[in-house]
Design a protein around this ligand. Sequence first.
Ligand code: SF4
Length: 422
Amino acid sequence: MKESILHYVWQNKLFTAHDLQTTDGERLEIIDVGRNNTDAGPDFFNAKVRIGKTLWAGNVEIHNNTSDWYKHNHHLDKSYDSIILHVVLHADGVVCRADGHRIPQHELKYPEHIDDNYTQLFSQQKWIPCSNKIGLVPSIFIQTWKNALLTERLEQKMDSIEKLLSENNNHWEEAFYITLARNFGFGTNSQAFESMAKSLPISVLGKHKDNILQLEALMFGQAGLLNPEKQDDYSIGLKKEYDFLKVKYGLSPIDGSLWKLLRLRPDNFPYIRIAQFAALIHGSTKLFSKILEDSKIESLCKLFENKTSEYWNSSYLFGNKSTTHIKTLGSQSINGILINTIVPFLFCYAHHKNNDELKSRAIQLLEEIPPEHNSIVHGWEELGLKMENAYDSQAFLQLKKQYCDEKKCLRCRIGHKVLTLI
Ligand code: SF4
């Protein structure tokens, strides 16, 4: 049996708690199991136990067998002198501190069905380990876990925003612009988009925001995409403009080979996404301030409904004419931007300003956005879980990626229920 299940049983007090004894036959009462330590050193800190008539406060170490204490050389390590109880599944000897004093030991007993559930859970090769049991978990548990998962997801996204803020002198508009650019890469070109935005300060774009040709020249130039195989008058014009602006602002472009077109639908080609991004900057100043002023879902969606410059109506690449089609962002793409950039930024800003109302607004926005459509969301739906909105889909994406895929069932509230099912 893995030691992790023993830790789990101890931490969640799932052991048989009456008539406890040490392996020496002394009466044992477990008052406080202590705090789980995930770093080096004893497994649980600050536990409290009564052995006989004496109350002990200190640390607890857990092993499968007594002999593991010696295999891990704890008998030579002074940081284990504070152990007040050695908890084992099988006592196959005695344990002593570095100074030779004997340490009380206890053989852990717990219901058999926990072991059975654990073995079943971790032997599953299904989409998620608990797929044949999750239907037995009461929805109230899933609901409360979902709320915690959503907060966890937003806090993780907040960490990346914090990092960007500290790299950009706490300039919210700059950090927002870089994150938004990354989002315009829609996965495949996110890294390239972010690098392009980082190489092109928003203050430079701001000086040319009324001139779409110059905005495109700056963006396509910095993206390293102004030396296409097929030139035309438009790309030559952009290049000429860019060459001038590049020197004026001392800009260095990124490597154009970072951009990927393979397996992308033409509407997702980086050329189209860059043109849409340029149109967005052209259509609005101080985007993040605008969003803070009006975070109604209709107003937010409207912000992203910009049309590209005319050239892109009949092109997907430079020098290749195609049938005319106006390339605005689709509703799914806008929803993706709301979910991945707008909501996390509002949440992070609200956190910085101690603004609970804005925090609630950020979360409420997720409830107003439809759920994402991807294989993970569909996987959960196939297991019978309803995805009503982006709040649900974001929470369950977090669960799949951070817990199920990592087999962290012992840290999952659904896992807790599944393990204790009789
Ligand atoms: S992490 Fe939770 S939801 Fe995922 S497989 Fe394990 S128990 Fe199930």
